[in-house]
Design a protein around this ligand. Sequence first.
Ligand code: NAD
Length: 488
Amino acid sequence: MSTKEILNFINGEYTKGTSGKTFENRTPVDGSLIGVVHEAGRAEVDAAVKAAREALTGPWGKMTNDQRSEILHRVANGVTARFDEFLKAECADTGKPVSIANHIDIPRGAANFKVFADLVKNVGNESFETPTPDGTGALNFSVRRPKGVIGVISPWNLPLLLMTWKVGPALACGNTVVVKPSEETPATTALLGEVMNEAGVPPGVYNVIHGFGPDSAGAFLTEHPGVDAITFTGETRTGEAIMKAAAVGVRDVSFELGGKNPGIVFADCDMEKAIEGTMRSVFANCGQVCLGTERVYVERPIFDEFVARFAESAKQLKLGIPEDPTVDMGPLVSHEHQRKVLSYYQKAKDAGATIVLGGGVPNMPAELAAGAWVEPTIWTGLPDDAAVITEEIFGPCCHIRPFDTEEEVIKLANSLPYGLAAAVWTENTSRALRVSGQIECGICWVNSWFLRDLRTAFGGSKQSGIGREGGEHSLEFYTELKNICIKL
Ligand code: NAD
């Protein structure tokens, strides 16, 4: 693979900046060097924020919703026109199979611009006729205005998709953005700058700065007084640090954070469907999906059969390079993450888990041996307070535990400080309604997983997030709702 220089994108131009610092971008597939990334220092972050502020009152700020919407459609079409380039860059950065990225990451990355561009054109605002003592009355009505410069901090698991999920609505609402992609996966966010220019997005509207979190571009951006609001997807602990930074100047935040999601399988489920869905929710993207399942609870009468059939399916998963269309799972995103996941594999062993499947590093062909591979792993038999059951691992693994009653399993599902997603498997509609209504989470699937309608509210409860985005809910964060009161 050839090595690329990955640059910051500020005010419509690519720049190495003046920090003089670079860091390596290695693919987790075989550990080889694929890029050298130019890290932004305070000067580049200042320049990016300044460009974004100025762009707010430039041509971008004067456009109508329709004009911005047209440009954002061109951005979406521009991503689609360069589909293969985005696909290649995303798969090299993350190691994920092409067969996943080509129907999720890249198409959804493009769709995020169209969905929100169309949405803002069709949302009305409220108005009230207000009686007054003199009988003439008053008219109250609201208008929406962009919030300003939005700092976007994104993670590595679905880099283009999760970044555009924020940038799409932010731009559709007339804001400007400074994006700090994950240091693990900078390529597609940087490449999008070219598409923005080609689509006619004015300079300064979309800016990209590269670097890490603390004492680097991430912190410089979130601490910057020129940033009006911060939208962040990543770990709960990082969210705490960003919230502290955002407190200075009382800036608004939207957080999509970590999870430890339960899957609940009732004896009256359709076993085929439950196994197929749980296979995806545990192993998709090598387990690196925030909405994925890491705790599976199975009603006792079907526990043994479920574990046996689930393990049999998981045994069939094929690991390999992104380009192989028969591959189900790539490596983890990095060696650092591999060390984290393997530390939990060790913790499970130490805590006396029954290892139903996996538990280590697979034997890969010699040319891939330096990649960040781990085995799909299934455990049973751990106590409810074991670390692998209470802490987010973000790997291709789960613990399966039997339960006896609805009441018991709801209590187990709600027992952690996280509350992102859940999946319930049952053919009994009353039970589905009862249970889904009681689970503390932002999204509860029944007989499905990862089925998303972008018009719906998305976010986490408890320590899994703050706020909701998606459809009209995104407008809550990306616009200021202003009330105008006219005395008649
Ligand atoms: P992370 O929190 O380590 O990093 C996310 C981003 O934050 C990166 O760009 C990183 O450089 C930056 N960052 C780190 N420290 C910072 C600081 N102090 N100030 C500013 N920026 C900082 O998360 P990750 O490992 O990239 O992603 C995995 C995590 O993301 C998991 O916890 C997962 O559950 C979560 N996630 C949540 C959702 C959701 O929708 N709720 C979606 C995807 C991922």
